[in-house]
Design a protein around this ligand. Sequence first.
Ligand SMILES: [Zn+2]
Length: 250
Amino acid sequence: MNDNQLLRYSRHILLDEIGIEGQQKLLASHALVIGAGGLGSPVALYLASAGVGRITLVDNDTVDLTNLQRQILHGTGSVGAAKAASGKASLARINPDVEVIALQERVAGGRLRELVAQADVVLDCSDNFATRHAINRACVEAKTPLVSGAAIRFDGQISVFDARDAASPCYACLFPPEQEFEEVQCSTMGVFAPLVGIIGAMQAAEALKLLAGVGESLAGRLMLLEARAMEWTTIKLERNQACSVCGKHH
Ligand SMILES: [Zn+2]
Protein backbone atom coordinates (compact mmCIF):
# COMPACT_ATOMS: atom_id res chain seq x y z
CA MET A 1 0.00 0.00 0.00
CA ASN A 2 1.22 3.50 -0.78
CA ASP A 3 0.91 6.46 1.64
CA ASN A 4 -2.40 7.55 0.14
CA GLN A 5 -3.87 4.09 0.56
CA LEU A 6 -2.60 3.86 4.14
CA LEU A 7 -4.50 7.09 4.85
CA ARG A 8 -7.61 6.21 2.84
CA TYR A 9 -7.99 2.87 4.62
CA SER A 10 -6.56 3.95 8.00
CA ARG A 11 -9.85 3.45 9.88
CA HIS A 12 -9.95 -0.14 8.71
CA ILE A 13 -6.27 -0.64 9.42
CA LEU A 14 -6.89 0.55 12.99
CA LEU A 15 -9.28 -2.34 13.53
CA ASP A 16 -7.50 -5.36 15.05
CA GLU A 17 -9.80 -7.65 13.08
CA ILE A 18 -8.77 -6.10 9.74
CA GLY A 19 -5.39 -4.36 10.02
CA ILE A 20 -2.96 -4.04 7.13
CA GLU A 21 -3.26 -7.71 6.30
CA GLY A 22 -7.04 -7.65 6.05
CA GLN A 23 -7.03 -4.46 4.02
CA GLN A 24 -4.53 -6.01 1.63
CA LYS A 25 -6.87 -8.97 1.22
CA LEU A 26 -9.67 -6.55 0.30
CA LEU A 27 -7.46 -4.78 -2.23
CA ALA A 28 -6.60 -8.12 -3.82
CA SER A 29 -10.25 -9.28 -3.93
CA HIS A 30 -12.78 -9.47 -6.72
CA ALA A 31 -16.49 -9.07 -5.95
CA LEU A 32 -19.27 -9.81 -8.42
CA VAL A 33 -22.31 -7.57 -7.82
CA ILE A 34 -25.38 -8.66 -9.76
CA GLY A 35 -27.88 -5.82 -9.92
CA ALA A 36 -27.08 -2.09 -9.66
CA GLY A 37 -30.44 -1.12 -8.21
CA GLY A 38 -31.69 -0.64 -4.66
CA LEU A 39 -29.53 -3.29 -3.01
CA GLY A 40 -26.65 -3.07 -5.48
CA SER A 41 -26.29 0.67 -4.83
CA PRO A 42 -25.18 0.53 -1.17
CA VAL A 43 -23.37 -2.75 -1.84
CA ALA A 44 -21.24 -1.27 -4.63
CA LEU A 45 -20.67 2.04 -2.80
CA TYR A 46 -19.40 0.33 0.35
CA LEU A 47 -17.30 -2.26 -1.44
CA ALA A 48 -15.63 0.48 -3.49
CA SER A 49 -15.12 2.90 -0.61
CA ALA A 50 -13.70 0.06 1.50
CA GLY A 51 -11.16 -0.79 -1.21
CA VAL A 52 -12.29 -4.06 -2.75
CA GLY A 53 -9.76 -4.07 -5.60
CA ARG A 54 -11.98 -5.26 -8.39
CA ILE A 55 -15.76 -5.04 -8.68
CA THR A 56 -17.75 -6.47 -11.56
CA LEU A 57 -21.08 -4.64 -11.68
CA VAL A 58 -23.75 -6.31 -13.79
CA ASP A 59 -27.09 -4.81 -14.76
CA ASN A 60 -28.88 -4.83 -18.10
CA ASP A 61 -31.28 -2.02 -17.18
CA THR A 62 -31.18 1.76 -17.57
CA VAL A 63 -31.78 4.36 -14.87
CA ASP A 64 -35.42 5.42 -14.57
CA LEU A 65 -36.78 8.40 -12.62
CA THR A 66 -38.71 5.97 -10.36
CA ASN A 67 -35.39 4.36 -9.31
CA LEU A 68 -33.91 7.48 -7.76
CA GLN A 69 -36.01 7.32 -4.56
CA ARG A 70 -33.73 4.48 -3.32
CA GLN A 71 -31.01 3.63 -5.87
CA ILE A 72 -28.38 5.96 -4.43
CA LEU A 73 -25.69 4.91 -6.89
CA HIS A 74 -27.46 6.98 -9.57
CA GLY A 75 -28.30 10.65 -9.88
CA THR A 76 -30.85 12.69 -11.78
CA GLY A 77 -28.34 13.28 -14.57
CA SER A 78 -28.09 9.52 -15.16
CA VAL A 79 -31.75 8.98 -16.03
CA GLY A 80 -31.78 7.07 -19.30
CA ALA A 81 -28.15 5.90 -18.94
CA ALA A 82 -27.12 2.27 -18.39
CA LYS A 83 -27.11 1.45 -14.67
CA ALA A 84 -23.80 -0.41 -14.97
CA ALA A 85 -22.04 2.59 -16.56
CA SER A 86 -23.71 5.10 -14.23
CA GLY A 87 -22.64 2.95 -11.28
CA LYS A 88 -19.09 2.69 -12.56
CA ALA A 89 -18.87 6.51 -12.82
CA SER A 90 -20.16 6.94 -9.23
CA LEU A 91 -17.67 4.42 -7.88
CA ALA A 92 -14.77 6.06 -9.73
CA ARG A 93 -15.65 9.37 -8.04
CA ILE A 94 -15.49 7.72 -4.61
CA ASN A 95 -12.41 5.58 -5.12
CA PRO A 96 -10.39 5.71 -8.35
CA ASP A 97 -8.17 2.91 -6.94
CA VAL A 98 -10.87 0.35 -7.59
CA GLU A 99 -11.15 -1.36 -10.94
CA VAL A 100 -14.82 -1.51 -11.90
CA ILE A 101 -15.94 -3.73 -14.76
CA ALA A 102 -19.39 -2.54 -15.86
CA LEU A 103 -21.45 -5.10 -17.77
CA GLN A 104 -24.75 -4.09 -19.32
CA GLU A 105 -26.12 -7.57 -19.78
CA ARG A 106 -28.59 -10.01 -18.28
CA VAL A 107 -26.22 -12.80 -17.27
CA ALA A 108 -27.28 -16.43 -17.30
CA GLY A 109 -25.98 -19.88 -18.15
CA GLY A 110 -22.33 -20.29 -19.08
CA ARG A 111 -21.63 -16.56 -18.96
CA LEU A 112 -22.89 -16.39 -15.37
CA ARG A 113 -20.87 -19.47 -14.37
CA GLU A 114 -17.75 -17.90 -15.88
CA LEU A 115 -18.23 -14.62 -13.96
CA VAL A 116 -18.97 -16.43 -10.69
CA ALA A 117 -15.89 -18.63 -11.05
CA GLN A 118 -13.70 -15.52 -11.41
CA ALA A 119 -15.06 -13.87 -8.25
CA ASP A 120 -14.10 -14.29 -4.60
CA VAL A 121 -17.58 -13.38 -3.44
CA VAL A 122 -20.93 -12.90 -5.20
CA LEU A 123 -23.57 -10.42 -4.09
CA ASP A 124 -27.06 -11.19 -5.28
CA CYS A 125 -28.79 -7.82 -5.61
CA SER A 126 -31.25 -9.00 -8.23
CA ASP A 127 -35.02 -8.79 -7.99
CA ASN A 128 -36.44 -12.06 -9.29
CA PHE A 129 -36.43 -15.75 -8.40
CA ALA A 130 -35.12 -16.98 -11.76
CA THR A 131 -31.95 -14.88 -11.45
CA ARG A 132 -31.52 -15.74 -7.77
CA HIS A 133 -31.70 -19.46 -8.54
CA ALA A 134 -29.29 -19.16 -11.47
CA ILE A 135 -26.79 -17.26 -9.30
CA ASN A 136 -27.15 -19.82 -6.50
CA ARG A 137 -26.55 -22.75 -8.87
CA ALA A 138 -23.42 -21.11 -10.25
CA CYS A 139 -22.13 -20.35 -6.74
CA VAL A 140 -22.71 -23.94 -5.56
CA GLU A 141 -20.86 -25.24 -8.63
CA ALA A 142 -17.90 -22.89 -8.27
CA LYS A 143 -17.96 -23.02 -4.45
CA THR A 144 -18.03 -19.24 -4.36
CA PRO A 145 -19.66 -17.69 -1.27
CA LEU A 146 -22.95 -15.94 -1.98
CA VAL A 147 -24.34 -13.00 -0.03
CA SER A 148 -28.04 -12.87 -0.74
CA GLY A 149 -30.41 -10.01 0.04
CA ALA A 150 -33.99 -9.10 -0.77
CA ALA A 151 -36.28 -6.21 0.08
CA ILE A 152 -39.89 -5.38 -0.72
CA ARG A 153 -42.41 -3.02 0.92
CA PHE A 154 -41.17 -2.92 4.56
CA ASP A 155 -39.75 -6.46 4.59
CA GLY A 156 -36.13 -7.40 4.13
CA GLN A 157 -34.04 -10.53 4.38
CA ILE A 158 -30.39 -11.42 4.24
CA SER A 159 -28.25 -14.55 4.46
CA VAL A 160 -24.96 -16.01 3.30
CA PHE A 161 -24.74 -19.29 1.42
CA ASP A 162 -21.21 -20.63 1.50
CA ALA A 163 -20.71 -23.77 -0.56
CA ARG A 164 -17.11 -24.09 0.68
CA ASP A 165 -18.62 -25.20 4.00
CA ALA A 166 -20.26 -28.62 3.76
CA ALA A 167 -22.72 -27.68 6.53
CA SER A 168 -23.91 -24.49 4.84
CA PRO A 169 -27.29 -24.56 3.09
CA CYS A 170 -27.72 -23.01 -0.35
CA TYR A 171 -30.46 -20.65 -1.49
CA ALA A 172 -32.37 -23.58 -3.02
CA CYS A 173 -32.40 -25.45 0.33
CA LEU A 174 -34.47 -22.51 1.59
CA PHE A 175 -36.53 -21.82 -1.54
CA PRO A 176 -36.73 -25.04 -3.58
CA PRO A 177 -36.75 -24.12 -7.28
CA GLU A 178 -39.48 -26.73 -7.88
CA GLN A 179 -41.82 -24.81 -5.60
CA GLU A 180 -43.88 -21.87 -6.79
CA PHE A 181 -43.24 -18.64 -4.94
CA GLU A 182 -45.20 -15.49 -5.46
CA GLU A 183 -43.00 -13.11 -7.44
CA VAL A 184 -43.22 -9.68 -5.83
CA GLN A 185 -41.52 -6.65 -7.31
CA CYS A 186 -40.93 -3.08 -6.21
CA SER A 187 -42.50 -1.75 -9.40
CA THR A 188 -45.91 -3.05 -8.33
CA MET A 189 -45.59 -3.46 -4.54
CA GLY A 190 -43.48 -0.45 -3.57
CA VAL A 191 -40.48 -0.40 -1.28
CA PHE A 192 -39.45 1.82 1.64
CA ALA A 193 -36.35 3.69 0.47
CA PRO A 194 -33.92 3.06 3.36
CA LEU A 195 -34.91 -0.62 3.60
CA VAL A 196 -32.71 -1.44 0.61
CA GLY A 197 -29.99 0.65 2.26
CA ILE A 198 -30.19 -1.37 5.47
CA ILE A 199 -30.15 -4.75 3.72
CA GLY A 200 -27.58 -3.67 1.12
CA ALA A 201 -25.22 -2.28 3.75
CA MET A 202 -25.46 -5.59 5.60
CA GLN A 203 -24.69 -7.47 2.40
CA ALA A 204 -21.60 -5.31 1.95
CA ALA A 205 -20.61 -5.98 5.56
CA GLU A 206 -20.92 -9.75 5.11
CA ALA A 207 -18.93 -9.64 1.86
CA LEU A 208 -16.13 -7.58 3.44
CA LYS A 209 -16.03 -9.97 6.41
CA LEU A 210 -15.77 -12.97 4.09
CA LEU A 211 -13.04 -11.34 1.99
CA ALA A 212 -10.95 -10.11 4.92
CA GLY A 213 -11.55 -13.21 7.05
CA VAL A 214 -13.29 -11.33 9.85
CA GLY A 215 -15.67 -12.87 12.39
CA GLU A 216 -18.44 -15.31 11.54
CA SER A 217 -20.60 -15.05 8.47
CA LEU A 218 -24.38 -15.36 8.33
CA ALA A 219 -24.07 -18.82 6.74
CA GLY A 220 -26.75 -21.02 8.31
CA ARG A 221 -28.79 -18.04 9.50
CA LEU A 222 -31.50 -16.08 7.73
CA MET A 223 -32.24 -12.64 9.14
CA LEU A 224 -35.67 -11.16 8.45
CA LEU A 225 -36.46 -7.50 9.01
CA GLU A 226 -39.95 -6.14 9.54
CA ALA A 227 -39.23 -2.43 9.25
CA ARG A 228 -42.64 -1.09 10.37
CA ALA A 229 -41.80 -2.29 13.88
CA MET A 230 -38.05 -2.40 13.08
CA GLU A 231 -37.94 -5.96 14.35
CA TRP A 232 -35.40 -8.57 13.36
CA THR A 233 -36.03 -12.30 13.41
CA THR A 234 -33.19 -14.77 12.95
CA ILE A 235 -34.00 -18.24 11.65
CA LYS A 236 -31.51 -21.09 11.75
CA LEU A 237 -31.11 -22.74 8.36
CA GLU A 238 -30.04 -26.30 7.69
CA ARG A 239 -28.90 -27.94 4.52
CA ASN A 240 -31.63 -29.87 2.79
CA GLN A 241 -30.03 -33.23 1.95
CA ALA A 242 -32.58 -33.65 -0.83
CA CYS A 243 -31.88 -30.20 -2.27
CA SER A 244 -31.95 -30.35 -6.08
CA VAL A 245 -28.99 -27.94 -6.30
CA CYS A 246 -26.50 -28.69 -3.52
CA GLY A 247 -27.74 -32.17 -2.52
CA LYS A 248 -25.97 -34.06 -5.26
CA HIS A 249 -22.75 -32.10 -4.99
CA HIS A 250 -21.86 -33.22 -1.46
ZN1 LIG B 1 -29.19 -26.58 -1.33
